[in-house]
Ligand binder design. Structure first.
Ligand code: SF4
Length: 76
């Protein structure tokens, strides 16, 4: 388990590609919705992931603390 955990809600993703542009090592846009790159869901803490969550126009990207489950992003 990494320090942080990232998820994409493919049901609300609008396919903007913002996540894959900002963090192509973590997110991929194939077809209408983005997903987390295989094996990348549990990751070291990385500020860019909070930027991705904040930038997603559909608020489809969630970043949580891998241990506590606390939601870190999108930031309020
Ligand atoms: S930034 Fe959000 S809406 Fe855009 S592709 Fe990624 S998850 Fe989907």
């Amino acid at each position: 388990m990494g320090a942080w955990h990232i998820e994409v809600d493919e049901n609300v993703c609008v396919g903007s590609g913002m996540c894959a542009a900002l963090a192509p090592d973590r997110f991929v846009l194939e077809g209408p919705a983005a997903s987390v790159v295989q094996g990348a869901a549990d990751t070291d803490a990385d500020e860019v992931l909070l930027d991705v969550a904040d930038s997603c126009p559909a608020s489809a990207v969630t970043v949580t603390d891998g241990e506590s489950g606390e939601v870190l992003g999108p930031r309020p």
